[in-house]
Write a protein that binds this ligand. Structure first.
Ligand code: TXA
Ligand code: MG
Length: 351
């Protein structure tokens, strides 16, 4: 199997649909989701300093051996990402966090017990295994135990930590399908494991538990209310002094400009933009009427479906060369609050 090759998940997978059930009940992954020879191949590549795109329940990650500095540097080169931006180290569970962090405070213990494996990243005081190449020279390290069965199988077989940012070019939206990885990174990645669409579709919640008071760094599938309930204290949400480039506005934006509109205004606004020569795409659950020339990209009305399809829809709209996207934001329940966060960033980014 050569460089840049993609393995089609369907050949190696049982139906991924049970994952949402596995995830929401907090059970760990089904065994043997991938062919053992494929797992061995992936592990070999990781051990020899290769870059492997791997599915997680949130988005695809660009994985490398987190203790191989050359491999970690290749991640930055492949993404075109500044080396000062720290990476998330993926571990199997809280026990595997040992060495990556020098302290696992009570707050981290509680959150890991409640939400790992799952879409929660914890920022902790860095341990001896976390090199500067991972932390961007900071005194903290970001750790996550992902829930995706394939990623867990790879982590188990590999035995170490896997550094993995989202597998997109720097400044593009995160990949939620293997073809997005291929389109962005092409030959810069040695191997892509295709497990179909990521079941959640937006990046993990990031909580900083390295200091005296836990703080929310990035909204995600786990809501602040759920986190506060487990911590029995409120989260600090003001921007902290740690660098989290994922909080930069342009990180969640497609190339086309994004405008948020109310459902009842979308058609009027589309007409207005069309009349001034714009090529307009609409993202909305359902539209009774469409202005001539504008193109609708229907999206699920439920927030989980919306999150799952949003980045793929952004990419498709960019591919088709639209210059403005009108979006009706989903309700803020469930995954809605994290989607609204990403949409607000996309809408206020200047390109
Ligand atoms: O869902 C996810 O988190 C995906 C999957 C692949 O796990 N990963 C992901 O990684 O979104 P990335 O690198 O695209 O975004 C991680 C964010 C970045 O904004 C980074 O700055 C922040 O985490 N981060 C990493 N280490 C940090 C640290 N020590 N302190 C503060 N923020 C950190
Ligand atoms: Mg990213």
């Amino acid at each position: 199997m050569g460089r840049g090759e993609t393995i089609q998940g369907a050949l190696y997978f049982r139906d991924l649909r049970p994952l949402s059930r596995i995830f929401s009940t907090g059970h760990t992954a089904q065994p043997e989701m991938l062919d053992p020879t494929l797992i061995a191949k992936v592990v070999d590549l990781l051990r020899s300093g290769g870059l492997v795109a791997l599915p997680t329940e949130t988005v695809y990650g660009l994985g490398a051996d987190a203790e191989n500095e050359l491999a970690v540097r290749r991640i930055f080169a492949a993404k075109g990402r500044p080396s000062s931006h720290p990476l998330i180290v993926h571990v199997l569970d809280a026990a595997s966090a040992l060495g990556w962090t020098r302290a696992f405070p009570e707050t981290a213990r509680r959150l890991a017990a409640a939400f790992w494996p799952g879409p929660l990243t914890l920022v902790l005081p860095r341990g001896g295994r976390a090199a500067d190449a991972i932390t961007g020279g900071q005194q903290t390290v970001a750790l996550r135990a992902p829930a995706h069965p394939v990623m867990r199988q790879v982590l188990t077989a590999f035995g170490g930590g896997i550094a993995a940012p989202s597998a997109n070019r720097f400044g593009r939206v995160s990949p939620t399908r293997a073809e997005h990885v291929r389109a962005d990174l092409g030959e810069a990645v040695d191997f892509i494991v295709d497990a179909g669409p990521c079941p959640i579709g937006i990046e993990s919640t990031i909580v900083d538990v390295s200091g005296d008071h836990p703080g929310l760094l990035r909204p995600g599938a786990i809501s602040p209310e759920e986190i506060e309930k487990v911590l029995e204290q409120p989260l600090r949400t003001a921007p902290s002094d740690v660098r989290a480039p994922g909080l930069m506005r342009s990180h969640y934006a497609p190339s086309a400009a994004v405008e948020l509109v109310a459902a009842e205004e979308i058609v009027g606004r589309a007409e207005e933009l069309q009349s001034t020569g714009h090529k307009v795409a609409l993202i909305a659950p359902s539209l009774s009427r469409l202005p001539p020339g504008a193109r609708a990209f229907p999206i699920a009305a439920d927030t989980a479906g919306f999150a799952r399809d949003l980045y793929a829809t952004f990419r498709e709209i960019d591919r088709q060369g639209f210059d403005i996207i009108l979006v009706v934001p989903p309700p803020s329940s469930g995954l809605g609050w994290a989607i609204r966060d990403r949409l607000a960033r996309a809408a206020s980014s200047r390109r």
